[in-house]
Design a protein around this ligand. Structure first.
Ligand code: NIG
Ligand code: FE
Length: 417
């Protein structure tokens, strides 16, 4: 089956050879072809180029899409989400409007523990039904690869339940999914005064059970004052490594406590949040293989500082953008809005933001070989926008929906926003 997309106004992120990541001032450059075509065969990108070289529309091509006036780009790669959860936290949202902080809400038993209680009471079948709605929504919003974390279970059974739901989503949807085990999201109240016992449970029971069923690719922890200390997180990263789970860590959301150095030491694939970043943190990240990931819509929603992205790029670092979609701090998985917020609030240029939300996102979730750029042989997972003046309109018209058609693995998706 061949699909030809012709008359593309701007074809973005064209890379003749696949690259792993883009750093520093290179992020300013977003390769593109004006007046372009893209040829898809089955689930892969077969060819692309200027309309002057467009293949003839003969019988070998089953479908022709005229993308006159539209931009085509690789689907978003969202390397950090908590898309699987039960219920919502709308009451806490109103509490925050009325003046309570995220920390105050957590300290009175809300926050992550509130979501964990709801999830523990929800059946696996119901959790799947609630979560699949969000997966279909992000596909409609142009996401073609997504990492999904556990971490609202916090018991052996409930963590396994979450990861089994992620596995079912992986089997049933064409979006690429990677699963991350986040048992170390918060200490359940019964372990409040005995952290070691909960970490023992993670290390001795949860990780082996997850590995046995092959339910996760990565391991995460909330390394933060009041949550998991540097030492506790190191123990979790070490235990994960023994089962082949590479670390992707929540760190520096509220405080900088030298957590990034520990993550780099343990060869973490990514360090995520980074609203508070010190000069030492930046030094440590230089020359590492760890991708810094910013989550600007989390900063937007709970009114905390934005990741100092420009400073990090000026130091030569790479940067990825992700949504952090979760019921507490970011109840949205809309990567169009993530890109817009990165431009408007973190002052990334549209080129930098799109590089961060495609190629660098693919690195941060280990899908660079198949996603993140328009490269021959990569998955044919692309967004065809509505007619736009230029790709700058994606972040500029921040509350409009720029998405026309989403193609994943060569198949036009039925989901609509
Ligand atoms: O990435 N900060 C830690 N975890 C999530 C929020 C969890 C929650 O509040 O439910 C985050 O922001
Ligand atoms: Fe998160």
């Amino acid at each position: 089956m061949k699909i030809l997309i012709k008359n593309i106004k701007e074809l973005l992120q064209t890379r003749a050879t696949s690259i792993d990541m883009i750093s520093g001032s290179d992020m300013k450059i977003l390769p593109k072809i004006d007046d372009a075509f893209l040829l898809i065969e089955d689930e892969l990108i077969l060819d692309y180029g200027s309309m002057a070289d467009c293949p003839k529309e003969d019988d070998s091509i089953q479908e022709v899409i005229d993308a006159q006036g539209c931009v085509v780009l690789p689907t978003w790669v969202d390397s950090h989400t908590h898309l699987v959860y039960a219920g919502n936290r709308t009451l806490e949202f109103v509490d925050r409007i009325n003046g309570l902080s995220y920390e105050e809400i957590f300290n009175r038993g809300g926050g992550i523990l509130n979501s964990a209680k709801k999830l523990q009471e929800t059946s696996e079948a119901d959790l799947y039904e609630q979560s699949k709605v969000r997966v279909e929504e992000v596909i409609a919003q142009g996401t073609g690869a997504v990492e999904i974390k556990s971490g609202y279970g916090l018991t052996v059974d409930a963590e396994l339940k979450m990861l089994r739901v992620i596995k079912r989503l992986k089997e049933n949807y064409p979006i690429a999914i990677k699963a991350t085990f986040l048992g170390a999201h918060a200490f359940p109240s019964e372990y409040k005064d005995n952290h070691t016992a909960y970490i023992d449970l993670i290390v001795n029971e949860m990780i082996p059970a997850i590995a046995k069923e092959n339910l996760a690719e990565y391991i995460d922890a909330f390394l933060e004052t009041g949550y998991f200390s540097v030492e506790e997180t190191e123990r979790i990263m070490e235990a994960g490594k023994q089962y082949g789970l590479r670390a992707k860590i929540h760190v520096n959301q509220f405080t900088a406590i030298n957590g990034i150095a520990a993550c780099v030491k343990h060869d973490a694939l990514s360090v995520d949040h980074l609203e508070i970043v010190t000069d030492e943190d930046i030094e440590v990240l230089k020359n590492s293989k760890t991708m810094p990931v910013a989550l600007p819509t989390c900063s937007f929603f709970i009114s905390i500082p934005y990741t100092p992205a420009k400073k990090m790029l000026a130091a030569g670092l790479p940067l990825a953008l992700a949504s952090d979609s979760n019921p507490g701090t970011t109840p949205s998985g809309n990567m169009n809005f993530v890109v817009a917020t990165a431009c408007i609030k973190m002052k990334l240029t549209p080129e930098e933001a799109i590089n961060a939300a495609t190629i660098n996102g693919a690195y941060a979730m280990g899908v660079s070989a198949t996603h993140g750029s328009i490269t021959k042989g990569k998955k044919a997972s692309v967004i065809i926008t509505k007619p736009l003046h230029s790709f700058y309109e994606i972040p500029y018209a921040f509350a409009s929906n720029p998405i026309g058609t989403v193609i994943l693995n060569g198949q036009i998706q039925p989901y609509k926003n």
